[in-house]
Design a binder for this molecule. Structure first.
Ligand code: BES
Ligand code: MN
Ligand code: ZN
Length: 495
């Protein structure tokens, strides 16, 4: 979709959107269109009040405006970056539903908003783009009305040059989010570990150093716990290592770790058939990390960041790992595999250890679709956050709040840790009850965090995929985590 920023025209035509503030306060453009009072009358005949995020489409005017969409900007200060993105998303969805090819928006100055019209305009464009993502490459019979109709969005404001600049800085976000959504949407017959790694290799073009370790190399490094998970699959397990070192030489890197289970059958502890197809997106953590690396490189972030993704397929097979097997990790600690379906923590413990040994990071943030229990606890509104470091937790939460990727911190502690002790090895991969199972999963990971490393685990099982979508995310893969990681790095490591 093409985006254009332009000064206000002498007269509006076509499909136009204009702002209305809380309590039906028409801003300049809406007011100028309301000369004969019809716009105000249409508002009075509806539930629309101008509250943040509301929209109302009414008839235009004879000979000029075709359809007029009123966008609610709410009260003073309510129109922040996220709210402006939402308006863009709502407008784009509305225009596509109506089959419009082009739409324009008038960005009048909004009293009390911390954003300039240029920033509001850029965020509207970003939101509109993010909302119109589609994964339709396998549809061969779509009728035109099932496709996106919207080809162009024109944003009118005083000072379009500033908006163009601001939008230019946001464009790498669109690219990275779409890249991550594609990875997460692909079915597992197409996207297996080596194919994921191959697609990540494209980041080389942006200046990311990409290294891919196969099973033989991981075997040499002693990553037996990771390898045990992929043992039942025909597809080779991979460790994807990405480096973006554009910060000061003296800055210790930040490590991003991703769970990349390209398909999770549960292994010998087989999952029930119903809904198992969802497990194609059990690589959402790796998708977010790879997307974040793409975004950092796309906008040339002044920071040192490494991304490490454990890519495997968890299958039942004659060669598959059995419940009760004991495996030795790269750290030297041994694990009794009680349940082969608790495979995320198994691949992550070796990936985390590798990242710490190799890169000595100052902080390590790991993302995984780790437990169904986190969905029971937090639903699809917030990811679970576990950390050994309160300042790090707070910074991650602040970054997420700003861009609408929310987090909720849950506890860790020695009593939970004890629950994963094993009779015959250093630890078991699950407890013998379902109690606190998101927490005990995090405790397992914490046993692989080295002294002095600020660590956070984000359980994104409820966030990687959306069955209902929201203002800037269509149904399906969300790319949750891409913007969160990027924003956290921008706010804390680039100063
Ligand atoms: N990939 C799943 C977790 C999951 C469930 C992600 C639903 C997204 C939606 C993970 O590998 C898993 O199977 N976890 C088990 C752990 C259990 C065996 C301790 C679970 O949550 O049931
Ligand atoms: Mn599993
Ligand atoms: Zn899994």
């Amino acid at each position: 979709m093409k985006v254009e920023f332009s000064a206000f025209p002498k007269a509006f035509s076509g499909n136009v959107a204009a702002f209305v503030a809380a309590d039906k306060q028409l801003l300049a453009t809406a007011q100028s269109i309301n000369k004969d009072g019809t716009v105000a009358r249409a508002i009075d005949a509806s539930r629309f009040t101008g509250a943040k995020g509301q929209s109302l489409t009414v008839l235009g005017q004879a000979g000029t405006i075709a359809r007029l969409t009123l966008l609610g900007v709410g009260k003073n200060r309510e129109l922040d970056a996220r709210a402006a993105e939402a308006l863009g998303g709502i407008l784009a969805a509305e225009a596509n539903a109506a089959g419009q090819k082009a739409v324009s928006v008038a960005v009048d100055p909004v009293k009390g908003s911390k954003l300039t019209p240029g920033q509001i305009a850029a965020r509207i464009a970003l939101g509109a783009q993010l909302r119109t993502y589609r994964f339709d490459k396998y549809k061969t019979k779509d009728k035109p009305e099932q496709k996106n109709s919207l080809e162009q969005i024109t944003i009118f404001l005083a000072g379009p040059a500033e908006a163009r600049r601001a939008y230019g800085q946001l464009e790498p976000t669109i690219d990275a989010v779409f890249f991550a959504r594609d990875l997460v949407s692909e079915p597992a017959n197409v996207l297996y570990p080596a194919e994921f790694a191959r697609r990540a290799r494209e980041l080389t073009k942006l200046g990311v150093k990409v290294e891919i370790l196969g099973e033989a190399e991981m075997k040499k490094l002693g990553m037996n716990v990771l390898l045990g998970v992929g043992q039942g699959s025909e597809r080779e397990s991979q460790l994807l290592v990405m480096r973006w070192m554009n910060g000061p030489k003296s800055q210790k890197p930040v490590a991003l770790i991703g769970k990349g289970v390209c398909f999770d059958t549960g292994g010998i502890s087989l999952k029930p058939a119903g809904g198992m197809e969802d497990m194609k997106w059990d690589m959402g953590g790796a998708g977010a990390v790879t997307g974040a690396m793409r975004l950092l490189a796309g906008r040339k972030a002044r920071a040192n960041v490494v991304g490490v993704c454990a890519l495997v397929e968890n299958m039942p097979d004659g060669n598959a790992q059995r419940p009760g097997d004991v495996v030795k990790s790269m750290s030297g600690q041994t694990v009794e595999v009680i349940n082969t379906d608790a495979e995320g923590r198994l691949i992550l413990c070796d990936a985390m250890w590798y990242a710490q040994e190799k890169f000595k990071p100052q902080a390590m943030v790991e993302l995984s679709t780790l437990t169904g229990a986190i969905i029971v606890a937090l639903g699809h509104e917030r990811a679970g956050l576990f950390s050994n470091n309160t300042p790090l937790s707070n910074r991650l939460r602040a970054a997420g709040a700003g861009i609408g990727e929310k987090l909720w911190r849950l506890p860790l502690g020695p009593k939970y840790d004890k629950m994963i002790d094993s009779e015959i090895a250093d630890m078991r991969n699950v407890t013998n009850s379902r109690d606190a199972s998101s927490i005990t999963a995090a405790q397992f990971l914490q046993r692989f965090v080295q002294e002095g490393v600020a660590w956070a685990h984000l359980d994104i099982a409820g966030m990687a995929w959306s069955n209902k979508g929201d203002s800037t995310t269509p149904k399906g893969a969300t790319a949750y985590g891409v913007r969160l990681l990027d924003t956290w790095i921008a706010e804390n490591y680039e100063k």
